[in-house]
Design a protein around this ligand. Structure first.
Ligand code: NAG
Ligand code: NAG
Ligand code: NAG
Ligand code: NAG
Ligand code: NAG
Ligand code: NAG
Ligand code: NAG
Length: 493
């Protein structure tokens, strides 16, 4: 009897010590009175909701541009003791300079972009155990400040637990030059990492170790980091990496590290000074890649044989705005199978070649041109003579039938008598003799009768990271937030 009594007493004491966390007073005895539950604060009527925007429908607390400094203790109490838990808190554009240890709160998305944060307390996020998305972009973080323990998780008896739910970390637009090799030790389940617009110049060994240790990584944005290459083993760890964005760097050649990225489905290499894709500098086998973007390449003039041959899943090829691109070899896309007797072609649906320096389009580049839902050939100096017969007498009509808007501004630049004339008009009025006769017309007619005209969607690709990494998250709150914020300003197609 004595034993039970003291056991109950001990339980009660523990309850009081631990607080109400997970603690259920034994109900067998009336002597152990349970703590009366604290009155919850009505969040809706709080001052905080007058200062910030409380969007209950989207579970969003939007304090962007509303704060002079961090939320006060009282304001945090409204939240931690409130009758509503916001899943998303936006504290962007507030001139905040530091982050101290934040109170316990079940926020999932925390946006701290566009402040002037240059210091973060050790374990700043340890009480935010539900944290999934953390945006620290557009701040003043340096490599010195960003130490592994900044991301320390909750304390448990044995050790610090990882911040296991953190999936997305945006460190873009800061002053980082390298990463601590153990930077991600507490957040090792990251799936999306954005490092863009930090001038690394070189991804050193420590940074490489940090990144290649992220075994769950799916999206990596290393754009505008002023790097000339990716280290060879950087992608050895993240075996599931499906999206790599490496725009605006100083790559002169395709990074060799791509050879290991065999699970890639989307690759963005815009704005790199690659001159040509010939010889050894062609894509390695990336059998799952379906989206490739290489736009605004300031030096690209030639895409040679076999350049894309090992990308046999490509559905979307974006090569627009390559001012010097003049030549795409007719064997650029095809892949020799069984010793050259048969050729494989990727199942392309969208090809963008607008604003380049293309003069002719070789028909054998692709067998099933008719499968294209979008073919953008506008603003190129097309040659309108027999050398471009296929474009003039077959393709342009297909383009007009599928996406009429893309048939405009496909104009001849030569010969002089046709300069500035729409290629579609040249076709319609037979201004250039067709050399291959009417067979093509019959074939085309069949094709067109079968083909279902498709409307061209907005010329917008999937954009991540510097391109808006958070857009992918389906939560309404996130979308609501990012419709309003300036994250989009960073887009660089
Ligand atoms: C405690 O027990 C009584 C009866 O045994 C029951 O009616 C009551 O709901 C219990 N309270 C709690 C908090 O479990
Ligand atoms: C942040 O500082 C800038 C410049 O001092 C000022 O214009 C702006 O209003 C400040 N923002 C907030 C939310 O106080
Ligand atoms: C946050 O975590 C720290 C360190 O574990 C702890 O001392 C503090 O009480 C926590 N704050 C809240 C409000 O839970
Ligand atoms: C690609 O992803 C699959 C499935 O996650 C995995 O089993 C495989 O090892 C990955 N391949 C490579 C080369 O990393
Ligand atoms: C475009 O290509 C033509 C050759 O077809 C070349 O003479 C011209 O210099 C190129 N223009 C640019 C801007 O590269
Ligand atoms: C395919 O094989 C043929 C014949 O062997 C060869 O002429 C051609 O260059 C090859 N094409 C590619 C893209 O390798
Ligand atoms: C282009 O397509 C539209 C709609 O399908 C059609 O009305 C028009 O006549 C076509 N233009 C030419 C020049 O063929």
């Amino acid at each position: 009897m004595n034993l039970t009594r003291s056991a109950i007493l001990a339980a009660t004491i523990i309850c009081i010590v631990v607080g109400h966390v997970n603690c259920q007073a034994k109900n067998e005895t009336s002597s152990a009175k349970p703590e009366s539950p604290k009155e919850k604060t009505n969040v809706k009527q709080s001052k905080l909701c007058k200062k910030c925007i409380c969007d209950f429908k989207n579970s969003l607390l939007d304090c962007s541009e509303k704060l002079q400094e961090w939320l006060s203790t009282e304001e945090w109490e409204v939240l931690t003791n409130g009758n509503f838990v916001f899943k998303t808190i936006n504290l962007e554009h507030n001139n905040l300079t530091s982050i101290s240890i934040l109170p316990k709160y079940d926020v999932e998305n925390l946006y701290l972009a566009n402040n002037q944060i240059d210091s973060i307390a050790v374990g700043a996020f340890q009480n935010l155990t539900e944290l999934t998305v953390l945006d620290l972009s557009h701040n003043r973080l340096t490599s010195k400040v960003l130490i592994p323990d900044v991301f320390k998780g909750p304390y448990s008896v044995n050790d610090f637990e990882p911040l296991g739910k953190l999936k997305t970390l945006n460190l873009g637009y800061n002053d980082l030059h390298s990463l601590d090799a153990d930077l991600f030790e507490h957040i090792r389940y990251l799936e999306e990492l954005v490092l863009c617009k930090n001038s690394f110049h070189l991804i050193d060994q420590l940074s490489e170790t940090a990144i290649s240790g992220l075994l769950s990584l799916k999206t990596l944005d290393v754009s505008y980091m002023e790097i000339e290459d990716l280290p060879g083993t950087i992608l050895h760890g993240p075996r599931d990496l499906d999206t790599l964005i490496a725009a605006g760097n100083l790559f002169k050649h395709l990074p060799k590290a791509l050879e290991r990225a065999t699970n890639l489905t989307s690759l963005v290499l815009n704005e790199n000074p690659i001159e040509s894709l010939v010889g050894d500098n062609v894509f390695p086998p990336l059998t799952k890649l379906n989206h490739l973007s290489m736009t605004f390449m300031t030096k690209l003039y030639k895409i040679g044989p076999g350049a894309f041959s090992e990308l046999q899943s490509l559905t979307e090829l974006i090569l627009s705005d390559n001012k010097f691109l003049n030549e795409i070899d007719e064997e650029a896309l095809s892949k020799n199978v069984t010793g050259g007797q048969y050729l494989d072609y990727p199942p392309l649906e969208k090809v963008y070649l607008n604003n380049c320096n293309m003069t002719t389009l070789p028909k054998p580049l692709l067998v099933r041109w008719d499968k294209l839902k979008a073919l953008d050939l506008r603003f190129n100096p097309w040659t309108c003579d027999a050398s471009n017969d296929y474009l003039i007498n077959v393709l342009i009509d297909h383009v007009n039938k599928t996406t009429q808007v893309l048939a405009k501004n496909v104009q001849c630049a030569s010969p002089d008598r046709l300069k500035g004339v729409e290629v579609l008009r040249v076709a319609n009025e037979h201004l250039v003799e067709s050399s291959s006769g009417s067979l093509i017309w019959v074939g085309l007619l069949v094709v067109l009768l079968i083909a279902v005209p498709t409307i061209l969607g907005a010329y917008v690709m999937k954009r991540r990271g510097c391109f808006g990494v958070f857009r992918r998250h389906d939560s309404v709150a996130v979308r609501a937030l990012y419709n309003r914020t300036s994250f989009n300003e960073d887009f660089h197609i």
